[in-house]
Ligand binder design. Structure first.
Ligand code: G3I
Length: 328
């Protein structure tokens, strides 16, 4: 039996959370997936199961089966559980059409949703992505159903409703493309500053970190993390994966991927950003294989384990950075 420590052990020894997004179906059907998730990670995020669409098969019913399976798995295995996500413009239920509701009804709808879902997991979810991707790529507030009905105040309300039901959970704003200092992270910074000025109960910001083609500059990532921390917010990396444009790949993609993961873990350690969740357990479960035409645009091996659950160079790099044995 190998005595070498797992990634989970390396992270736990360092008071660091290394996580993976999970799917209930794979947990139930694939023992290797279950084992890798349990042995190698100390944090989990349901990849889809807690979103409004999967949770709500019809206007007056909820189906918590998949979400419960993942949250229970996390709790039973002593993991940190991130809830993703309460308010988003995507993955809404198919039956949900904004024009069926007045603005007041939408407000009530959202309040009921947040109260029900946060309430169910009051003692089992540690942190919530309360609002996901509210800022558009040009830095303006995204025109979603919630924004159209309630204006910017929908963010205030969402955080307040979540806090009302679970005063213990940490509440995050989560977004992509804002990992380093850029126009979008500037806009998110301004937004969160406004929320804090209005005493909205927000605890942190999640940087998704889908490095699909570009590689946000590590120094700029560190600067970005620090400026949010200076606002009094916690910062977590919530959905990391590292791919390449299919038509623009480095000479040694696995080595380059490993180096980049290591650099970002080192940024986390330097900045006291203590949580990094990868968006899947192994390459066989990456969203890039099943999402729109992404599999044609990006390479589909962005995670720490390969299709056969063998640890990749990126796994060794992350573990090495966490255990202090790999500082190259
Ligand atoms: O489960 C259904 C299945 O019942 C149905 O038959 C099939 C037909 O299309 O779809 C399946 O649902 C898919 C679901 O993933 C589960 O595989 C949806 O179509 C598909 O759109 C959905 O994609 C998810 C995507 O969010 C939706 O926007 C990805 O898995 C998920 O990884 C991705 O995650 C997002 C984060 O929530 C937010 N940040 C970006 C990140 C990547 O896009």
């Amino acid at each position: 039996m190998s005595t070498e420590q797992t990634l989970r052990e390396a992270a736990t020894n360092r008071d660091f959370r290394i996580g993976a997004a999970l799917a209930a179906r794979a947990l139930r059907s694939d023992p290797s997936y279950w084992k890798a998730a349990r042995n190698e990670f100390n944090a989990v995020t349901p990849e889809n199961a807690l979103k409004m669409g999967p949770l709500r098969p019809s206007p007056h019913t909820y189906d918590f089966t998949d979400a419960d399976a993942i949250v229970d798995f996390g709790r039973e295995n002593d993991m940190y559980v991130r809830g993703h996500t309460l308010v988003w413009h995507n993955q809404k239920p198919e039956w949900f059409q904004a024009w069926d509701y007045t603005d007041d009804q939408l407000r009530k709808f959202l309040r009921d949703h947040i109260h029900t879902v946060v309430g169910r997991y009051r003692s089992s979810i540690d942190a919530w992505d309360v609002v996901n991707e509210a800022v558009a790529d040009d830095g303006t507030l995204r025109e979603t159903v919630w924004y159209d009905a309630l204006g910017e105040e929908y963010l205030d309300l969402a955080f307040q409703w979540a806090r009302e039901v679970n005063p213990e959970a940490d509440l995050y704003y989560n977004d992509y493309g804002a990992d380093a200092i850029n126009e979008k992270s500037d806009a998110i910074y301004d937004l969160l500053e406004r929320l804090l000025e209005r005493d909205v109960p927000i605890d942190g910001v999640g940087l998704q970190f889908h490095a699909l083609a570009g590689r946000p500059d590590p120094e700029s990532v560190a600067e970005n993390i620090r400026r949010f921390q200076d606002l009094g917010l916690d910062v977590q990396i919530t959905e990391m994966d590292v791919a390449n444009a299919v038509d623009d790949q480095p000479e040694d993609p696995l080595a380059e991927q490993a180096d980049y993961y290591r650099e970002i873990v080192e940024v986390c350690l330097e900045t006291d950003c203590d949580t990094l969740v990868t968006w899947g357990v192994h390459d066989g479960s990456t969203w890039l294989r099943n999402f729109k035409d992404f599999s044609k645009r990006y390479t589909d091996d962005p995670l720490l384990f390969d299709d056969g659950y063998e640890p990749k160079p990126a796994y060794d790099a992350v573990k090495g950075a966490l255990s202090g044995t790999d500082r190259s």
